[in-house]
Design a protein around this ligand. Structure first.
Ligand code: FAD
Length: 503
């Protein structure tokens, strides 16, 4: 089968569906290929199982970008709920509020360890590592060695499966940006004294350290609701979404400025689409290996690494269980990294009388955890939930396992160089191939970033030229090339999308 379209989009996750919605709204012909046979939403999908709904990790809807928030409201006007955020850290058999409460942390750690924390903080401030290169050095400069070893090392190494000395400082700077010990202690003191009941920041407002936010919005049946709505609206506007179709190959005919893209369906049949533009939210490694002829950057792309993820959903009749949305498990005696309590995200995530906990395991595709049969993973999760003491393994009445390959693009020492090699070649050779989103750009970012890169890409396609450099969108979904308010300026025109420009 052969189809011709204006824009072919690889992936029906947040980036792909933001693109498809805005392009079809502007009158473009759009064809989306999505590998998953059932779910749209990518990593932001919501899995349904016997009346239960669960995320691939809980997905908060928060953005400093007003344009992203407006688009969320446009796509899903009636189904957002406001949720209080409650999360704790489990370490050494004790629970710590997260973000930390100063008095509680001091009590739990004891006088001796607390004094050591303060002394090592003072030492780090007096003698910082100049030009910190890795995660360990960056956090040690910010919080001191002792706090690093208690509250950062174990969890971070569980998530990434590598030493904090091998993780780039970029990642720390991005994820814990704006959070210093002073800010954390002041915030913690206020929490201890119950002086800061107001949310740290509301949606779309700037300010408020990302890690300290106290409330967030959430679609009542999970983030998948948002992306199902985007898919439905794309289709209603004439777009085509082909589920269960994986990218097989893409080839550019420079003389005619046309892409030919092959996608393979689950039954093995191959569909061919010709398009003026391709938007890719597929992992860079997959995109580059599908390009024909192979580009110069193929070796660089092949060296990009990913971390994979398993959720074991344990279903229980044990009522509300605990109030947190999630608990970080810093304790090295168990493999589980984080536990979600889906009912705390929304009461509609489980049928009446049941609760569902998501035990999250970080792994590499093909390693022992990834290849374990579901039954073994469920046994492991039951054993560990019992060991932590949240529920008794005997109270688990059912369970399901969800695997998410390439959940995290890894920021190792060389990732930036590899991404730059791909970007430089594509900018030069393929101006109509647009990389967007998380794995599409190898950026460890949230939905709002993925959406903003898609929104600006749509602007570029509609204008027929690269007005915006999507690589300038930062982790807060702000367009930084022309300053902090650049994204706002850039997107004023999103609402004035011209219909005439030939793609
Ligand atoms: C544990 C966890 C928790 C998170 N929590 C939050 C949160 O609280 N808030 C938040 O905003 N974000 C959160 N995120 C991030 C969020 O999931 C991502 O930023 C977002 O889903 C990225 O969207 P995307 O479209 O770029 O990529 P993806 O979601 O990865 O979607 C890409 C799509 O492309 C498809 N695809 C890939 N390769 C191919 C191919 N070769 N052929 C065809 N189709 C293909 C995939 O199947 C997928 O559907 C979290 C992520 C994780 C892992």
């Amino acid at each position: 089968m052969h189809t011709d379209t204006d824009v072919l989009i690889i992936g029906a996750g947040p980036a792909g569906l933001t693109s498809s919605y805005l392009l079809t709204k502007a009158g473009k012909r759009v064809h989306v290929i999505e590998r998953d046979p059932v779910y749209v939403g990518g990593i932001s999908r919501t899995v349904a199982y016997k009346g239960f709904h669960f995320d691939i990790g809980g997905h908060r809807f928060f953005s400093k970008s007003r344009e992203v928030v407006q688009l969320w409201d446009e796509l899903l006007p009636d189904d957002f709920i406001d949720r209080p955020r409650l999360s704790r850290i489990y370490y050494g058999g004790k629970y710590y509020a997260y973000p930390l409460k100063a008095f509680e942390a001091l009590m739990n750690l004891g006088v001796f360890t607390s004094t050591l924390c303060m002394a090592s903080y003072a030492w780090a401030k007096a003698f910082p590592v100049r030009d910190p290169k890795n995660f360990h050095q960056w956090v040690r400069n910010q919080f001191g060695e002792k706090l690093f070893s208690i509250f950062f090392r174990t969890y971070t190494e569980k998530v990434w499966g590598m030493s904090c000395d091998d993780i780039s400082a970029d990642w720390a700077a991005q994820r814990i940006k704006g959070l210093s010990l002073t800010a954390a202690v002041i915030d913690g003191l206020k929490r201890s004294l119950k002086l800061n009941r107001a949310p740290a920041a509301k949606l779309g407002e700037s300010g408020g350290v990302k890690t300290l936010l106290e409330s967030f919005r959430y679609p009542r049946k999970g983030p998948g609701m948002m992306w199902e709505a985007a898919a439905a609206k794309t289709r209603a506007q004439g777009g085509v979404i082909r589920m269960g179709h994986s990218l097989k190959s893409l080839r550019f005919d420079a003389a005619n400025a046309v892409w030919t893209v092959e996608a393979v369906a689950q039954d093995g049949t191959v569909e061919t689409t010709t398009a003026r533009h391709v938007i890719s939210s597929a992992p860079i490694t997959e995109l580059v290996s599908a390009l024909q002829p192979a580009p110069r950057c193929q070796n660089a792309a092949a060296q990009l690494k990913y971390r994979d993820f398993i959720t074991v959903a344990l279903i229980t009749r044990a009522g509300k269980v605990f109030p947190d949305n999630w608990i970080y498990i810093h304790d090295p005696s168990v493999k589980v990294g984080r536990i979600q309590n889906f009912l705390s995200w929304s009461p509609e995530m489980a049928p009446e009388g049941y609760a569902c906990l998501g035990l999250e395991y970080f792994c590499f595709e093909g390693d022992g955890l990834w290849t374990s049969p579901d039954a073994e993973l469920i046994e492991l999760a039951k054993r560990e939930i019992g060991q932590i003491g949240l529920i008794s393994p005997d109270d688990v009445v059912d369970a399901a396992v969800v695997r998410q390959p390439k959940a995290y693009p890894v920021y190792d020492d060389l990732y930036a160089q590899h991404v730059e090699a791909v970007r430089a070649e594509f900018d030069q050779v393929y101006p109509t191939l647009h990389l967007v989103g998380r794995n599409g750009m190898h950026k460890y970012n949230n939905q709002d970033h993925a959406m903003m890169t898609a929104m600006l890409t749509v602007q570029n396609i509609l204008a027929g030229e690269r007005l915006y450099d999507v690589w300038s969108v930062n982790e807060d979904a702000e367009y930084t090339e022309s300053g902090v308010s650049g994204a706002e300026e850039a997107l004023k025109s999103v609402r004035l999308v011209p219909r005439r420009v030939a793609a």
